[in-house]
Design a protein around this ligand. Structure first.
Ligand code: C2E
Ligand code: MG
Ligand code: MG
Ligand code: MG
Length: 290
């Protein structure tokens, strides 16, 4: 009897995994199809939202200094799919560059208008390690900027230590090239990987972006708290800017501010928004200053 139950539950597991695999394959096919279509953007449910990045000014005032572009995909059958799920699939299918190009174009298009309101406004774009494998990657970015009449210094490129990017020695050279052209560079998701502190001194980025998990954990763990404080101070001593993501509460904010952090991003300030809502936000902030 026991054996039968064992076998049944095993069978259930098998079915479950078979279904999961099937769902995964379907999603992969849908993504492949969407990204191979030259008009994939408008027709296949891709869009870009923008999340404010704010700076703390004197007297508690805040200023939206830029936004991070985040891709969204709403598929007719699969519903809204998280980028955490489909970016790795796009990478595996060799199609992530399509996403980068789309997001970069959308970002420039809107940034051009935002800069009329706020001349120093920036957009951050997330890169994949696979972007660095394309020989003309940097050139393509520069051409798009030229088309929109924007300088590279208007763009912040977010890279992460998690994906293979920094494993390749050649990519350090490419990062330096981007930096020399004037792009701003940020190291995303810092604190969740296993990067050493000496690595911080080597990587040619302008900004260290503290991962939201790290921000979250420090509320409950004195060890993490001490680490975060040291990291912010160390980064500042290397002349790096520090921005914390995932700032959800006033407590998060106060803690980070007490550690010397002055750039923030998170639901406490704003969720990712449609481009038009960013325009409204910028206009409002500008009016308040006068
Ligand atoms: P990320 O670059 O670290 O982006 C931060 C994620 O945290 C975003 O999730 C954002 O919506 C979310 N977030 C922002 N504030 C808060 C907060 O206060 N609390 C919590 N819990 N979450 C917050 P999203 O948009 O789902 O993106 C997830 C990841 O997918 C990104 O992590 C990034 O690695 C990747 N991704 C998104 N868009 C792109 C893209 O255009 N290209 C590439 N290559 N990757 C992208
Ligand atoms: Mg990011
Ligand atoms: Mg991040
Ligand atoms: Mg993150």
């Amino acid at each position: 009897h026991a054996k039968r139950i064992g076998r049944n539950s095993y069978q259930i597991f098998e079915d479950y995994f078979a279904e999961e695999r099937m769902a995964q394959t379907n999603l992969e096919q849908a993504l492949r199809k969407a990204l191979s279509d030259p008009n994939f953007i408008a027709q296949k449910g891709f869009s870009v939202v923008f999340q404010p990045k704010v700076k703390h000014l004197e007297q508690g005032a805040i200023k939206t200094v830029g936004v991070e572009a985040l891709i969204r995909w709403a598929h007719s059958e699969h519903g809204v799919v998280s980028p955490e799920k489909f970016i790795p699939l796009a990478e595996a299918a060799g199609l992530v560059s399509k996403i980068t190009q789309f997001v970069f174009h959308e970002s420039c298009k809107h940034l051009k208008l935002w800069r009329v309101i706020e001349p120093d406004f920036m957009v951050s774009v997330n890169l994949s390690a696979y972007d660095f494998d394309r020989p003309n990657f940097c050139q393509e970015l520069l051409e798009t900027l030229k088309y929109y009449g924007l300088p590279p210094s208007a763009i912040d490129l977010e890279i992460t230590e998690h994906n293979a990017l920094l494993v390749k020695q050649d990519n350090y050279r490419k990062l330096n090239d981007l930096r020399n052209f004037g792009f701003k560079l940020s190291l995303d998701d810092f604190g969740t990987g296993y990067s050493s502190l000496s690595f911080l001194a080597q990587i040619p980025v302008h900004t260290l972006k503290i991962d939201k998990e790290f921000v979250y954990k420090t509320q409950y763990s004195p060890t993490d708290k001490a680490m975060l404080e040291s990291i912010i101070k160390l980064a500042h001593s290397f002349k790096l800017d520090v921005i914390a993501e995932g700032v959800e509460t006033i407590e998060n904010l106060e803690q980070l501010a007490s550690f010397g952090g002055n750039y923030f991003q998170g639901y406490f300030f704003s969720k990712p928004l449609e481009a038009d809502a960013i325009t409204v936000r910028l206009q409002k902030e500008k009016e308040q200053r006068f």
